[in-house]
Ligand binder design. Structure first.
Ligand code: HEC
Ligand code: HEC
Length: 419
């Protein structure tokens, strides 16, 4: 079955080579990020709650392995947590998990409740899931997201499938590397407001009366006498997000499992076109169809970003204010308009497209790439190529896109609203 695999392998090699392209940042290996979860108390907005993570994690690790002896005076010692076992699709490596937030089924379950809890918003109407809906592959169908107060986000909601593998988070933020830290943004951010919470005490206060959470927090953090902390809250949300894995689409049954009947001949031809002449695999390759992945066995994390020629508002390659991509973080002219390549999994369900929702349909996406971008810009990524498709080839391309729709992730009850 190797011709197909080889294609992917070659694409992998090409794109790994791309990592030497000067503008990409490399941020050391995952080990150095282990402290990030305990860094959540530096957000400034939540200084009044106990977010000190330095005591919890090591104790949890050592005590969880044996029956231990209770120092909390609790009469019944909770059973040691079952070791976490990933149930990964073929071709998927083991995700990177911060050392101080190991996976556990209890944390995932707590995280799922929090992810879907509308009490965690200023007026009780919004949750993470309002903008990240399971049936839309955890996007929201809008060009740009709308926060709880009606404020328009400059960018669109991103799919959360396979976010455990994201090399960096958000459309273009080279410094946002772990889901624990990221979760603070939508909760407490005010430009724009997403959930509109004030601080950790505010967040925890909104769910303080619900006894459901007593059991959930205790099971998730059994070593802690007072487990309801903001740090634990974001650790649990991150653990849940890491279980949103999509890799059982018809494409996978064909490509990885060798089931020739899993996809149509049109989809198989579309995959060829995706490789050539599309050359999409320069930036959308490997198991998650993106060059922005990081996982446990990689020696270092690279965070690539690309300008795909969407704008030139000032004749000098400028992007609209507020959506300047990597440039907003670095101030380097050639970083203008550079964004992360998103996953293409479930892409038929996540219209409209691009960071600002400015491309309505997949047909329009093909027009854009066929023309080598829609605006001429000096910063266009050199991997952008032009190509032409006849009507039949266009239909083949669409069939390939549709073969990436993974019903399992869209309907998995373990990822659904528990309330
Ligand atoms: C108002 C809508 C909205 C809400 C509510 C919201 N998000 Fe998002 N989410 C977005 C938008 C918009 C982006 C892209 C942000 C950017 O690039 O600036 C995003 C990006 C993300 C990403 C990055 C994905 C990637 O591939 O890089 C994660 C993870 C995420 N959100 C998780 C959450 C969690 C967890 C919550 C709840 C605590 C949440 N979101 C609440 C709109 C929302
Ligand atoms: C130079 C790298 C590069 C190449 C080559 C490339 N892409 Fe992309 N792709 C990106 C980036 C970066 C984005 C996000 C751009 C933005 O939002 O400004 C993107 C976005 C997309 C999106 C929208 C995803 C979403 O969730 O909104 C689709 C669909 C897509 N690409 C398909 C393709 C196809 C099909 C090809 C080949 C014809 C291709 N790409 C070639 C880098 C690339």
């Amino acid at each position: 079955m190797t011709p197909r695999r080889t294609t992917l392998g070659v694409a992998l090699a090409i794109a790994v080579g791309c990592a030497t392209d000067g503008g990409e940042s490399t941020v050391g290996d995952g080990g150095s990020d282990g402290s990030t979860a305990s860094g959540v108390d530096t957000g400034g907005a939540q200084g009044d709650v106990d977010t000190d993570g330095s005591s919890g994690a090591p104790d949890r690790d050592t005590e969880a392995t044996g029956p231990g002896s209770s120092s909390s005076g609790s009469p019944v010692e909770p059973p040691p947590p079952e070791p976490w076992v990933w149930d990964l699709p073929p071709g998927f490596p083991e995700p990177w998990v911060p050392a101080d937030n190991p996976m556990s089924a209890a944390k995932v379950e707590l995280g799922r409740h929090l992810f879907y809890d509308t009490r965690l918003s200023v007026d009780g109407t919004y949750s993470c899931a309002t903008c990240h809906r399971q049936e839309l592959a955890f996007t929201d169908g809008l060009p740009r997201a709308e926060g709880v107060t009606g404020q328009l986000h400059p960018r669109g909601s991103m799919s959360l499938v396979n976010v455990a593998y994201a090399a960096s988070l958000a459309w273009a933020d080279p410094g946002l590397l772990d889901l624990e830290t990221h979760a603070l943004g939508p909760m407490f951010g005010d430009s724009p407001v997403e959930l509109g919470l004030v601080d950790g005490a505010d967040a925890l206060g909104r769910i303080a009366d619900d006894p459901t959470y007593d059991a959930l927090f205790e099971a998730a953090f059994p070593e802690d006498a007072d487990p309801r902390t903001l740090e634990h809250l974001v650790m649990a949300i991150a653990s849940f997000e890491r279980t949103i894995i999509s890799g059982r689409a018809p494409f996978d049954r064909w490509f990885f499992d060798g089931d020739e009947s899993a996809v149509s001949d049109a989809a198989k031809r579309g995959w060829e076109l995706f490789n050539f002449p599309g050359q999409c695999t320069y930036c959308h390759f490997s198991f998650d169809f993106t060059d922005s992945t990081y996982f446990a066995e990689l020696p270092e994390r690279t965070t690539p970003f690309h300008n795909t020629g969407l704008y030139n508002v000032d004749g000098q390659g400028g992007y609209p204010a507020g959506n300047e991509g990597l440039f907003a973080h670095t101030g380097v002219a050639s970083d203008m308009g550079r964004f992360k390549s998103p996953t293409l999994r479930n892409i038929a369900l996540t219209a409209p497209y691009m960071h600002d929702g400015s491309v309505a349909t997949l047909d329009d996406v093909l027009d854009l790439y066929g023309a080598g971008g829609r605006a001429e810009t000096p910063y266009l990524d050199f991997r952008m190529k032009t190509f032409e498709l006849d009507e039949g080839q266009r239909a083949d391309f669409m069939a390939f896109f549709e073969s990436l729709t993974d019903d399992a992730v869209l309907t998995d009850p373990a990822l659904a609203d528990p309330w």
